[in-house]
Design a protein. Structure first.
Length: 84
């Protein structure tokens, strides 16, 4: 995680095989799309800045946004429900 010049988050998970990585990637992508349809404007913007991919048994999640957009996300219902 990097907080210089905005917020950047990169996560790479090594799974057992490429099938597992692709399955997790598909499920997370579907969850992101579902939340984009029902979330607030700040959540939709944050989810648009999120990239989920898989490659050779690795699942990678990348998120990058500005300080102001991240601050709006911290006050969104999605974030508030996660921290309770």
């Amino acid at each position: 995680m990097d907080f210089q010049h905005g917020v950047k988050f990169d996560l790479t998970i090594s799974t057992g095989d490429s099938f597992a990585a692709a399955t997790f990637s598909s499920l997370l992508t579907a969850a992101v799309m579902l939340r984009k349809m029902s979330g607030s404007d700040a959540e939709k913007q944050a989810l648009s800045a999120t990239n989920v991919a898989s490659d050779s048994g690795r699942l990678s999640i990348h998120f990058a946004t500005t300080d102001a957009d991240f601050n709006n996300l911290l006050h969104s219902p999605l974030f508030q429900s996660m921290v309770r």
